[in-house]
Ligand binder design. Sequence first.
Ligand SMILES: *Cc1c(COP(=O)(O)O)cnc(C)c1O
Length: 385
Amino acid sequence: MIPYVTETPDIRIPANLLPADGRFGAGPSKVRPESVEALSAVSRTYLGTSHRQTTVKSVVGSLRAGLASLFSLPDGYEVLLGNGGTTCFWDAATFGLIEAKSQHLSFGEFSSKFAAAAAQAPHLGDPEVITSVVGTHPLPIARDDVDLYALTHNETSTGVMMPILRPAGAALPADGGGLVAVDATSGAGGLAVDAAEFDAYYFAPQKCFGSDGGLWVALLSPAAVERIGVIAATGRWVPASMDLTIALDNSRLDQTYNTPALATLFLFDDQVRWFNDNGGLGFSVGRSDRSAEILYTWADNADFASPFVTREQDRSHVIGTIDFDDSIDAAMVAKVLRANGIVDTEPYRKLGRNQLRIAMFPAIDPEDVAALCASITYVVGALAQ
Ligand SMILES: *Cc1c(COP(=O)(O)O)cnc(C)c1O
């Protein structure tokens, strides 16, 4: 049998409709050209130098102080970092933050993974996993035997965001309640958050922070720092690269346990500076808010598209998922966009819907989101010819 092949039709989007920058991927995502130029300017004195010396340690120090300022961290909170990205932090937390039993909100591909890591750990009891249908999010439930509640600020696979709040009725960790640990990989920097509502807010720099992957950062409350010590005192075996006591000691010295990617650190710090120099989290969140307003208003008004997430307050301001009418092949729209230099609008592969997924991280210009909407309308019209 001859395989069925569809050619991408030769549709050229008029130049005046195209966004200035065509990167709309959910991660790795747009890195600002200004950050790359700044990196290039210091390349001969910074890249290829020791991460145990002042040149690199000052960038790590600046990054840690910049994040503490960006998130208005209260006294006693600490900024930890280590290698391996968010996925490795899940393993580190499975070893070093969960004492016996965790509760996970599972509402998409990413939030389900930490739950799976905890379920497989032989040293932990079975986690409680609370699910909801795709395109929605569940809420945590206060329980006496749960010592860590695992939330996800933005479920990148479905485009659902949720407010970060301690479970209703739960005791504070200082009074014996569980820690609140938030996967904020795609939300941090683009969604508002109050540090009083979390004990661990962790992420990686390849989404809102316009850098590359491979690093994790965790903002920890005093209760979370204390938990690391409590678990270590039990003598639980932990591989050194996953050991949060080692990460804590090194972070306090503005280092990582093993060699980090220096370019990633620099681009990350540059983005945090850009946020802080322009007003902080209000500035960066404001850019994503504006982009979201543009995207969802366009989708609501288009007769061929609609937002996938039903409840307006659940529609993510950093990742938009837009369903298309059955008469339009969204995958073909993504292909035509790609041929025109607009990349990574394909939907999350496992969601399996006729949709486009569009990142609206702070680095992405709201005007470019508007231009993307106009470009999609043009492509849909041209495909119908
Ligand atoms: C991207 C993403 C991850 C995975 O991050 P890595 O750094 O690749 O491990 C985890 N959780 C969420 C919500 C994400 O968006």
